[in-house]
Structures are given as C-alpha cells and as structure tokens.
Design a protein around this ligand. Sequence first.
Ligand code: SAM
Length: 205
Amino acid sequence: MMTEEVGVGPWPGEWPLGEQYDPELLAHGDRRNVVDRYRYWSREAVIADLDNRRHSFHVAIENWQHDFNIGAVVRNANAFLAAEVHIIGLRRWNRRGAMVTDRYQHIRHHPTVDDFLAWAYPEDLPVIGIDNLPGARRIETVTLPRRCVLLLGQEGPGLSEAARRACAELLSIAQYGSTRSINAGVASGIAMHSWIRAHAGPPPD
Ligand SMILES: C[S@@+](CC[C@H](N)C(=O)[O-])C[C@H]1O[C@@H](n2cnc3c(N)ncnc32)[C@H](O)[C@@H]1O
C-alpha cells in the first residue's frame, strides 16, 4: 500500500526572508502536522506567534492513574488555543494522543489539588469543574466566564473529592444514550468549544 507523505518538500527556488523560517525545514521539507501559515517556521517562532494570541481560558485534568486521555486534552488545548494545560497529580502522562502538539503548548504540573489552587487563586481564575455529577448545571445553558480554568476528572472516578471542593461550579455535558459518560478527552473538546462559541472571534486563516 502506498503511504502519502504529509506536509511539503524542500522550499523550491530562492528562500524567503524572515527570522521565523527554519533553514533545516526549508532545505529538507516540513512534514509536521501544522497549519499552512506555519509551514517552514521554526518551533520557537510558532510558539511565539501562538503566545501573542492565546485565549484567556486554561484547562486542567487530574492524573492519578496515568490517564490516557491527557494527550487528547493537550491536542484540543492546542487546537482551541488555551492559555495553558495543567496536569494535577502524576507528572508522567501518555503523550501519544497529543500527536506532538505538546511541543507547542504550555503545560504546567501540580502534584496536588492544593498546589493547583495555590496557582489558580492568585491568578484570580475561577475553577469550573466539568463533570456529570449531581448538582451540575448543563453547559449548554451557561456562558463560560472569559477568564477561567476548566477542570476535568479522570476515567473511572471522575473529579476527586478535593477537586470537587475546589470548583466554583460544576457543569455537565448533556448525553442522550445509555453510557454514563463520555471520555475526558472528548469532554475537554466540548467544554473548550463552549468557551470558543462564547468569546472567540474567527480564526486567523
Ligand atoms: C469517564 S468520566 C468518569 C466520571 C463520571 N462522573 C461517571 O459518572 O462515570 C471522566 C471525566 O470525563 C468528563 N466527562 C465525561 N462525561 C461527561 C459529561 N457528560 N459531562 C461533563 N464531563 C464529562 C469529566 O471531566 C469526568 O471527570
């Protein structure tokens, strides 16, 4: 079976001028999974450009059992341009689902929920729990605050007791089938997109 190469080959003709361009990529091609406007840009230049227009929401997830959803959370955070991803609990996480987006994303680790709160409170960021727990309001009926942290739980237990206590409020995503829950990676994308619908303009391209 033929496998199609992604990306672009070496830059044809005279090289473009600009500090953002990476000579290695211009010479050998750019096979990364980046949007067209970042073709041939160095990683540092891409991060600097993203940093100029990051959104004001953060996303956090608990990681007490090496949750396999964290890669998807990081990838969604990159797509929706979260300010930062926060991982609470174990430092190690399975990077596979991130599809290399972690190279462009600010990721901060907090060993405990208290450590996470010690960061969030001085930043004056309300912690919004995303979970289908009793007492949660439907995310479809609320406008997320412009500045906030969206906090997800992990497969199995969902948000821990300590995390629940930390939340200014809890929001659930409406479900209609037989399963109790969706996975945290999917839930993170829905929650982030809810913020996008409320506050973001059109994307640059
Ligand atoms: C697989 S769920 C587990 C816990 C869930 N409370 C339960 O009853 O089974 C893992 C995480 O995904 C997110 N999640 C899954 N389904 C959700 C929903 N319908 N609404 C909001 N968050 C959800 C939450 O962050 C949750 O902590």
